[in-house]
Design a protein around this ligand. Structure first.
Ligand code: HEC
Length: 175
């Protein structure tokens, strides 16, 4: 029964794209990988500027003049979504499921060969300042909880602790 289920899941998920650590990515993926990296960096700097919530290591010097390359799709996602619009692209789902519940320090970035495109996942860690909106529901200030619950009725993103993997930046670029 278990095996049959596993086979069905594989069948429904389609073929799994080959996956590499960034440093081990084959030569034909490197150009797309560089674009994906640049797109994530720009998006993280942008989120940091606008909400103070992108890349806690982003600072003026690292983000100065950083602009994402055109034609690269980029976003944030998680195995435990707050906003359903942040659902992962299909190729990212297996890695999200595999890494959910880990500490960010245990999770490596991953590169995927998607045929004519390259996918990249870069882990996002829960820092102290994230806890005011992503800690256990009971620990989140009541006023914050009220607006979050109103805006995201199916929120799964409470319950994180310092150092937890919260999710990933993802990007998809042409090869
Ligand atoms: C003021 C409240 C608040 C704080 C602080 C906060 N978040 Fe969020 N977070 C949100 C809201 C609201 C969303 C959904 C809206 C969106 O898509 O950005 C969200 C969404 C996310 C997502 C996208 C996946 C999903 O579940 O929809 C990630 C990843 C994320 N947060 C990580 C972090 C990290 C890492 C920090 C700390 C550096 C942080 N957040 C701090 C409110 C917050």
């Amino acid at each position: 029964m278990r095996l049959a289920l596993a086979a069905l899941v594989l069948l429904l998920a389609g073929p799994t794209p080959s996956q590499f650590a960034p440093a081990q990515a084959p030569a034909q993926l490197r150009r797309g990988l560089a674009s994906a990296e640049a797109a994530i960096r720009a998006a993280a700097c942008d989120a940091e500027r606008r909400f103070g919530e992108g890349d806690p290591d982003a600072n003026a010097s690292r983000c100065e003049g950083v602009r994402g390359p055109p034609g690269v799709e980029v976003g944030r996602t998680s195995a435990r979504l707050r906003n359903p619009r942040n659902a992962p692209p299909g190729w990212a789902k297996a890695y999200l499921a595999q890494t959910d519940g880990k500490k960010a320090s245990e999770v490596e970035p991953a590169v995927f060969d998607l045929g004519d495109r390259v996918g990249l996942l870069r882990p996002i860690e829960i820092r102290k300042r994230c806890l005011s909106c992503h800690a256990d529901r009971a620990e989140v200030a009541e006023s914050t909880r009220a607006w979050l619950e109103a805006a995201y009725p199916r929120d799964q993103s409470f319950g994180y602790a310092l150092g937890d993997l919260r999710g990933f930046w993802w990007a998809e670029a042409a090869k």
